[in-house]
Ligand binder design. Structure first.
Ligand code: ZN
Length: 278
């Protein structure tokens, strides 16, 4: 792998990038850029207050709790800086691993695949609905219509195009796969999710972009019918599972940015989620 030709290319590429960096900080280049329409968008981007940004993704690794029967991610290191001059891995990853997106196609024949979801649907106002208290003595607790009503009585109607994010406190178990999956002696899983009636309410009575959970599934672990998946994905909305850090963001007023790979025909995929607010 480490042929002199490749190393030559790497070195050339590095010095080319340094030259490029120097060029863009040069005043002549800046003045030229300012005359382009893109420059005004850049100026706006620089004004975003990044002090309020929270990473809502868990780290993806081979020990992450997996849905029973699905394969854990595999990483093979194929080159290292020491031996080859550059570092890289080959990954083999089930699309529904760690913090990830469920595209409509995951449950719906002919539904939209991840690569075809319009990019604007990956930016949405956040509503965090906290059901942790209900979960303390009931692992099968669900996010119900009453919980949505309670959020709205405090914060007003769900914003247009909202992503409704369930916080159950379940992520405290994420480093213990058995506790996170929580399977009983009859092979039934027990963890919180959206009540399918609440999911139906959201897609019919409110204008949402998607829903999210801090557990393995949009549906509660003991579901056999996956009514929430079908209601949400069937309405061409998306879902996010195994979301992190929802306790660290405001229950209203933040914006979610979803970064997912544009893999052709994907049913979903691991995501980097960012919550930002001013
Ligand atoms: Zn999934």
């Amino acid at each position: 792998m480490c042929s002199p030709r490749i190393m030559n290319f790497v070195n050339k590429e590095l010095s080319r990038r340094n030259l490029f960096k120097m060029a863009i900080v040069g005043s002549a280049a800046a003045a030229a850029a300012a005359s382009l329409p893109r420059a005004s968008a850049q100026a706006t981007m620089n004004q975003i207050d990044v002090s309020n940004v929270v990473d809502l993704s868990h780290r993806l690794h081979s020990g992450f709790p997996m849905w029973p029967g699905t394969a854990s991610p595999e990483k093979e290191t194929v080159v290292t800086v020491k031996d080859n001059g550059f570092y890289g891995n080959i990954w083999k990853i089930w699309e529904h691993t760690a913090t990830h997106l469920d595209a409509p196609a995951h449950f719906i024949e002919g539904g939209t695949t991840a690569d075809n979801i319009p990019i604007e649907n990956f930016i949405a106002p956040i509503a965090v609905i906290d059901i942790e208290k209900k979960v303390e003595d009931n692992a099968d607790a669900t996010l119900d219509i009453e919980d949505i009503a309670a959020w709205e009585s405090t914060n007003g109607l769900l914003p247009d195009r909202a992503v409704v994010m369930m916080y159950s406190g379940w992520e405290k178990r994420v480093n213990d796969a058995d506790a996170f999956i929580n399977t009983d002696s009859d092979e039934v899983m027990h963890f919180p999710g959206f009540n399918p009636e609440a999911a139906e309410f959201l897609v019919k009575e409110r204008n949402i972009t998607g829903i999210a959970v801090d557990t393995l599934s949009l549906d509660p672990g003991n579901s056999t019918t996956f009514g929430t998946h079908i209601a949400v994905l069937g309405a061409e909305k998306w879902g996010l599972e195994n979301v992190a850090n929802l306790k660290s963001i405001p229950e209203a007023g933040a914006t979610l940015i979803v970064g997912v790979l544009k893999n052709k025909d994907a049913s979903g995929g691991p995501v980097r989620l960012m919550a930002v607010w001013g």
